[in-house]
Design a binder for this molecule. Structure first.
Ligand SMILES: Cc1cc2nc3c(=O)[nH]c(=O)nc-3n(C[C@H](O)[C@H](O)[C@H](O)COP(=O)(O)OP(=O)(O)OC[C@H]3O[C@@H](n4cnc5c(N)ncnc54)[C@H](O)[C@@H]3O)c2cc1C
Length: 388
């Protein structure tokens, strides 16, 4: 772990610093620097390892179900994502998706659903996925068309979901579908669909610039018992938003991890690369670049951990989490680009750490609310509650 001064910030309690240090040591021993091309196998293995290491306990709520606490501690999941992202984007992904995929159950599940799924998620023996987006309902998610017709004691799902992380390797999917209690966002419900349910299939696997398991799902007369509904009928949109609310700040933390790694790599190169009879770092123009990178990282960290701390104190963080996600995601893109520049030609060689970071960061500016959506959220919150 390079620079850990920020763990002394007043947002943290002593156990948070201990968590970050312990995970960093664990990751050095257990997370490979290079993953094999079989991304599914790598992801399954990372989930298992993270479960065995006890880290996934932080991703679920409820001590009776294997969780570390009764509620998910936002600062802990942020520190975990930041630390894992510094080591490996795939390790961060494996952790994050266990939390996001099971988040609706932690927040709104019945005791039976929690007992059935959460201990397996926490142990890393079941892989979770969160299925909200559709081909024509991404940013405008309330436009979703995937439907669930209620028939006897079952919901019958028809339609598709796309961009679903862990699609193809997940053991279960929390799926949001239109049940029609009211128009728009008020007519959506959430259901847990086990991967082996008849009528459920992987329609297509999607390859992206930073390989992760990702797929389009198809539902054809897919029947799930109503006991698999998470939360009340028609409340699915709220459940989805509550879940995203927990994890949005942690997307900022993942960016922070990528950016910190980029600064480490950039510093290492700048201080050792000799040119024109001095090192790259001796040029003031390089120092300006490094200064900008470090300042961007600290601003993002301050916003991220402010939002996490505020959420852990029980406050609403709609605006603060949006600010953190926007500044951390966009800032990390600049920091990583600067690190690639410092490395010169080496920076664009496939699988070089900064080349991997360059690909890894891109999707974070799009998923769980694109930057433009975060800007709209911040603007709307400002107009609703103008600063006094
Ligand atoms: C790698 C990856 C993993 C994902 N994992 C999941 C997952 O596990 N589960 C899941 O449900 N979804 C997942 N998604 C989907 C993701 O949430 C959507 O891609 C995202 O919501 C954007 O939707 P879209 O791709 O349809 O883009 P669109 O909604 O078409 O948006 C395109 C662009 O329009 C701009 N934009 C959007 N709204 C506005 C506005 N109001 N004003 C101006 N500009 C705007 C933004 O720049 C945005 O990038 C994932 C996506 C990716 C790329």
């Amino acid at each position: 772990m390079s620079d850990t001064h920020y763990l002394d910030w007043p947002f943290f309690e002593p156990h948070h610093a201990a968590l970050a240090h312990a995970l960093d040591a664990w990751a050095q021993a257990h997370v490979p620097q290079h993953h094999s091309a079989d991304v599914d196998a790598e992801c399954r293995s990372l989930v298992r390892e993270l479960g065995q290491g006890g880290w996934l306990r932080h991703a679920v709520g409820g001590t009776a179900y294997g969780g570390m606490g009764e509620q998910i501690d936002t600062r802990s999941i942020c520190l975990i994502r930041e630390t894992l992202a510094r080591h490996s984007g795939l390790a961060d992904f494996a952790f994050a998706m266990q939390g996001l995929g099971s988040g609706a159950i932690s927040l709104a599940g019945t005791d039976a659903q929690k007992a059935d799924y959460l201990p397996r998620v926490a142990q890393g023996t079941a892989i979770a996925a969160f299925a909200l987006s559709e081909p024509d309902a991404g940013s405008d998610v309330a436009a979703m068309q995937c439907s669930a017709r209620i028939e006897g004691g079952h919901a019958v799902l028809n339609g598709s979901k796309t961009w679903i992380s862990n699609g193809g390797i997940a053991d279960f999917y929390v799926v949001f579908a239109r049940t029609g209690e009211a128009p728009g966002a008020r007519g959506i419900s959430a259901f847990i669909v086990d991967a082996n349910t008849p009528g459920f299939e992987i329609a297509e696997r999607i390859q992206v610039i930073a390989p992760h398991p990702l797929a389009t799902l198809r539902f054809t007369e897919c029947r799930v018992p109503l006991s698999q509904r998470v939360g009340a009928a028609g409340e699915g949109f709220k459940v989805a938003m509550r879940t995203l609310d927990v994890f949005r700040t942690s997307v900022a933390a993942a960016s922070l991890g990528f950016a910190r790694r980029a600064l480490d790599e950039g510093l290492a190169r700048a201080t050792t690369r000799r040119m024109f009879n001095q090192t790259l770092a001796d040029f003031q123009i390089t120092q300006t670049k490094l200064a900008q990178m470090a300042t961007t990282i600290d601003s993002a960290a301050l916003l991220t951990y402010r939002a996490a701390w505020q959420r852990d104190r029980g406050h609403s963080v709609t605006k603060e989490a949006a600010m953190a996600k926007m500044v951390a995601n966009e800032g990390a893109q600049h920091v990583i680009d600067a690190a690639v520049q410092l490395w010169g030609g080496m920076g664009v060689v496939s699988e070089h750490p900064v080349e991997k970071l360059y690909r890894e960061i891109r999707a974070l500016r799009i998923y769980e609310g694109a930057t433009e959506v975060q800007q709209l959220i911040i603007g709307r919150e400002l107009l609703k509650n103008p600063p006094r």
